[in-house]
Design a protein around this ligand. Structure first.
Ligand code: ZN
Length: 513
């Protein structure tokens, strides 16, 4: 590698660009860096971001990025943020590639459904001793936003480059429900798999009469397995001790059998996926494995959590995080609803089990805006927790529209209202449309109040798929891009509020490359 020449100042850089025949809208100066005698900087020309590489023509020809070279002294290569160039970026600047966050206690998933939010997330996260999962999308989200895992990771990687965030970030294939979905996410380069067991659970087992449980257990469970399971779980007192008291669990034979019937397909599936991950990674800890049961019809009692972990551990499956369904309501984009003290107690019990069975993290899904419980979560988990948010960053984008483009915002509210019935089939929400303020009755300056009112907040949250596929899509993205710095400021402030209330320590913002 040759010694890089002095990095140009912002003014020098702009002057340099003036000689070239393209429309420079913006240079992302934070991204400016040098490597092998070339300067790399992210810029915006027209509606697109591009990578600009500056240096001698000879060196530009050798450089692996694919792009158009403009001859001059120095010369310039202008590159699209294409899939090929994303691979080059990860190769040349390894901090742009997703990594396992196994060794970091506090992690936050900040799903970016638009591919535009990550710089705002970075500006918040880099103030804390937390590590981020910037690329975090489920197959459902990808379907609604018409993206795929590769594109989601590429958007995060280029944002990480733009902001020169070198601390490492994760990419989560979220809520994966089949081996094919897991393969797809692994092929795209995720560093985290969240396996959703909800479709593999036999909920019927919970309401079966005793004889049916006995019969189904005999029919469905291999006698050898049955013996092992009963041996592992029966006639034992599982006792956990911690700073706030003790938890003691005993399983009756009926409880064991019901749990086996509930979980046995899910456990086989978890083992299968775990083995696939181990095979792909050569048993190195490159992929963080999370299991989620948060989208099931009932809260996960600590007994069920314990049962699942005993059996998974017996199968040799190691997880980095578990997402139970906690008591109370975790509705999208609004604060926790329920008894905070009851949540506190149950969260403590879940934490005791997690600490004992591999010291994995509890993962809080639908974690956007659950401000009233964050201080409890942070305190009880001792700062070791994974929080997943996504919808709240979408809502901040909608807030930006309310602030900058009133008539577009009103149009979006009308679209959301007409899509609400359809959208609400897919979510558990208690939105009362009669309480949604009529945007036409509000002054333009007060439109963003709709983002502070729970009913309109939920309305605009759950209809995101409809809004992104409505005729206002183009104007929505154009406005966001025009005011991207304002969008990032809103996000910075909002995600910072999450991390503050969780009690994550500040600091650790400097990149060490
Ligand atoms: Zn979830």
């Amino acid at each position: 590698m040759t010694e890089p020449s002095r990095i140009p100042t912002f003014d020098e850089l702009l002057k340099l660009f003036q000689v070239f025949p393209f429309d420079l809208r913006k240079a992302y100066f934070t991204s400016l860096c040098s490597q092998s005698g070339l300067f790399y900087v992210l810029i915006r020309t027209g509606d697109n971001k591009k990578l600009a590489i500056i240096g001698e023509k000879e060196a530009l020809l050798k450089d692996p990025f694919i792009g158009k070279i403009f001859d001059h002294t120095p010369s310039l290569k202008l590159c699209d943020l294409s899939p090929e160039n994303t691979l080059c970026l990860m190769e040349l600047f390894p901090f742009t590639k997703p990594v396992s966050l196994l060794n970091y206690p506090a992690t936050i998933g900040a799903g970016d459904r638009l591919g535009l939010a990550t710089p705002g997330h970075i500006r918040a996260v880099r103030k804390f001793k937390a590590r981020p999962v910037f690329a975090q999308q489920s197959v459902r989200e990808n379907g609604r936003t018409k993206r795929n895992f590769k594109e989601v990771i590429a958007d995060a990687a280029w944002s990480v480059f733009q902001e020169n965030y070198c601390n490492g970030y994760g990419a989560d294939g979220d809520h994966l429900k089949s081996l094919d979905e897991v393969r797809l996410a692994l092929d795209a380069g995720v560093s985290m798999i969240t396996l959703d067991l909800s479709e593999k659970l036999n909920f019927e087992a919970l309401s079966m009469p005793n004889e049916a449980v006995e019969r189904r257990f005999r029919e469905e469970v291999d006698p050898g397995d049955a013996k092992v399971l009963l041996h592992l779980l029966l006639d034992k007192e599982f006792t956990f001790r911690g700073a706030s008291g003790e938890l003691s669990i005993r399983f009756s034979e009926e409880e064991v059998k019901k749990n086996v019937l509930l979980f046995h397909q899910a456990i086989d599936f978890s083992e299968e996926v775990y083995q696939l991950i181990m095979k792909r990674t050569g048993r190195k800890n490159l992929i963080d494995f999370e299991i989620s049961v948060d989208e099931i019809p009932f809260p996960t009692p600590p007994e069920t959590h314990l049962f699942l972990m005993i059996v998974l551990r017996h199968r040799g499956v190691r997880i980095e995080s578990l997402a139970p369904r906690f008591i109370g309501e975790f509705q999208k984009g609004i604060d926790y609803r329920g008894e905070v003290q009851a949540f506190r107690k149950q969260f403590y019990h879940h934490t005791l089990i997690a600490q004992h069975y591999g010291n994995y993290k509890l993962s809080i899904h639908s974690g956007s805006d659950k401000f009233s419980i964050f201080p409890h979560v942070g305190e009880i988990a001792g700062g070791k927790v994974h929080l997943k948010t996504a919808g709240t960053s979408w809502l901040e984008a909608v807030r930006l529209i309310a602030l900058k483009a009133p008539s577009l915002f009103k149009e979006m509210v009308r679209t959301a209202l007409s899509a609400f019935k359809e959208a609400s089939k897919l979510y558990h929400v208690t939105t009362d449309l009669s309480r949604v303020p009529k945007p036409e009755n509000l002054d333009d300056q007060r439109l963003s109040e709709l983002l502070d009112e729970e009913n309109s907040r939920q309305l605009l949250h759950i209809t995101y798929g409809f809004l992104l596929n409505s005729p206002s899509r183009g104007a929505f993205f154009k406005t966001l891009i025009e005011h991207e710095e304002d969008y990032w400021s809103l996000l910075e402030h909002h995600i910072e509020k999450h991390l503050n209330l969780l009690g994550v320590e500040r600091g650790d913002h400097l990149c060490q490359v």
